[in-house]
Design a protein around this ligand. Structure first.
Ligand code: HAM
Length: 459
């Protein structure tokens, strides 16, 4: 309806931003409820960082040359001259809050979860908005035990699963650590430079040309068809991991196998934010069975990792993603803190729920519909409804309507089993009519007994 009138509207929501409308309210409520239940059952505590953050926080954490920082920040200057941005993601904010409030005192590791809007100035398209919502899980402190990586993946997985989305798959990779990643970075650089030299001309897209000089690992993240083609033969990191990273990744995979979470190794998954090290992962729904084949092909008979380049190109948008970020807290001025986390894109999840026809919400079903006739009855009606509500009976009414016919029609539509009919006579005599809407049988009962009589009939 809104679309039809958009041309005539005086104001509209900003491009790429959407109101959550009443018909989607129950779906969002359900997500909030499931998130709280999943988070609590895995011992995550709620944190809600501010929506605005210092611009420098993201420049430092996500990387000044990341797409998000370079192109997608909603920036503003306060009257006092502070450079702020609407947060494009939650992890850097959580790390900032962790340091600022000394949250390490609360326990190690500290498990936190959050939900809220994020803002990225992107070209809006299906599943990509300028204001979108994430639910995230972060584990900070403790050591870098792979069990924490598995716990974050598990919490995200359970959250998606709790919304009845089937065939979720985790793509997973490791991008090494401070020690082994520079060696891999050099290999990637050499490979791409070789390709560019051999082509004697323009081979990479404009973004990748830049990535070549500022962040070669992100060449692997490019989705343009030509760059994807070149990526096919690029070296994979598994061959060059240090022994610690190798053991760590093996540990993570063993845990998620133990949990029977479906996953595929994606040797080229690097993610677009700079703060990651070691484990990186993304969640997809309904990735083709081909992924299974790749998964099998990637393991040797002994179950060891085999560094075969693979071609799991996502034709679907990621429902979520995350990874380990052991250097972030220190980078932001805190103490050395191991950490891992993941966030789900709730707008994409909601879209998927709708497209798949998943039914999650049961509509409010009143047990009793109150019909009033006349001013005196109307005046007393609110208090009667309160008596029922206090006793846990779900009620509905249409007190703004005076016509008996209209009220009866709405009572019928509500599918409530009982109607209460409260007219002028009943209001004067302190009684009320209870009508069974299925059989049509009705009885007048004294007002002081009506709640008990209603409850008896509803048993
Ligand atoms: P991210 O991959 O940038 O990671 O975002 C996580 C999820 O948010 C994506 O998989 C996607 O579902 C959703 N998302 C991202 N951008 C948009 C958009 N423009 N419109 C709609 N949905 C979007 C992070 O943000 C990290 N902070 C995740 C993390 C948590 N890493 C460690 N802890």
């Amino acid at each position: 309806m809104a679309k039809k009138h958009k041309g005539k509207l005086m104001f509209q929501s900003p491009k790429g931003m959407h109101d959550i409308l009443p018909h989607d309210g129950p779906l969002w409520d359900k997500i909030r409820k499931e998130l709280r239940e999943v988070a609590e059952s895995y011992n995550f505590m709620r944190i809600e960082p501010t929506l605005l953050e210092p611009e420098a926080l993201f420049q430092r954490s996500l990387g000044a040359t990341s797409d998000v920082v370079e192109k997608q920040m909603f920036a503003l200057k306060t009257k006092g001259g502070d450079a702020l941005v609407l947060r494009p993601e939650g992890t850097a904010s959580i790390a900032r809050a962790y340091i600022e409030h000394g949250l390490s005192q609360m326990g190690s590791p500290l498990k936190l979860y959050y939900m809220g809007p994020m803002f990225r100035y992107e070209q809006p398209q299906a599943g990509r908005f300028r204001q979108f919502h994430q639910a995230g899980f972060e584990i900070l402190g403790g050591d870098d035990d792979p069990i924490y990586d598995a716990q974050v993946i598990l919490a995200c997985y359970r959250m998606i699963e709790s919304l009845k989305i089937k065939d979720i798959i985790v793509k997973i990779n490791t991008i090494g650590c401070k020690n082994c990643r520079p060696i891999y970075r050099k290999k990637i650089l050499d490979y791409y430079k070789g390709k560019v030299a051999a082509s004697k001309g323009k081979l990479l897209c404009r973004d990748c040309e830049k990535r070549l000089s500022v962040n070669p690992l992100r060449l692997l993240d490019c989705k343009t068809p030509d760059c994807e083609e070149i990526k096919k033969d690029a070296p994979v990191i598994l061959n060059g991991l240090c022994s610690y990273c190798k053991a760590h990744f093996k540990g993570v995979l063993e845990y998620i196998e133990e949990l029977k979470i479906p996953y595929v190794l994606d040797n080229y998954l690097v993610r677009g934010l700079d703060y990651y090290n070691r484990t990186v992962f993304e969640f997809f729904a309904d990735v083709s069975l081909e992924s299974e084949r790749h998964k099998k092909a990637q393991k040797t008979e002994k179950g060891q990792l085999e560094a075969e380049p693979m071609d799991v190109r996502a034709t679907h948008v990621a429902l979520g993603g995350g990874g380990r970020y052991d250097y972030l807290v220190e980078m932001l001025g805190g103490k050395e803190t191991r950490a891992v986390g993941g966030a789900l894109g709730l707008d994409r999840i909601i879209e998927l729920i709708k497209q798949s026809g998943i039914v999650l919400t049961s509509k409010f079903k009143p047990k009793v519909f109150l019909i009033h006739i006349g001013d005196l009855a109307k005046k007393k009606s609110l208090a009667l409804l309160e008596e029922l509500r206090k006793d846990g009976v779900d009620v509905s009414e249409s007190l703004g309507k005076e016509s008996l016919k209209a009220q009866l029609r709405l009572a019928d539509k509500s599918a409530a089993p009982l109607a209460l009919i409260f007219g002028q006579k009943e209001a004067l005599e302190n009684s009320i009519i209870i009508r069974d809407l299925q059989t049509g049988a009705q009885e007048t009962v004294p007002l002081h007994k009506f709640v008990a009589e209603v409850k008896r009939r509803l048993k």
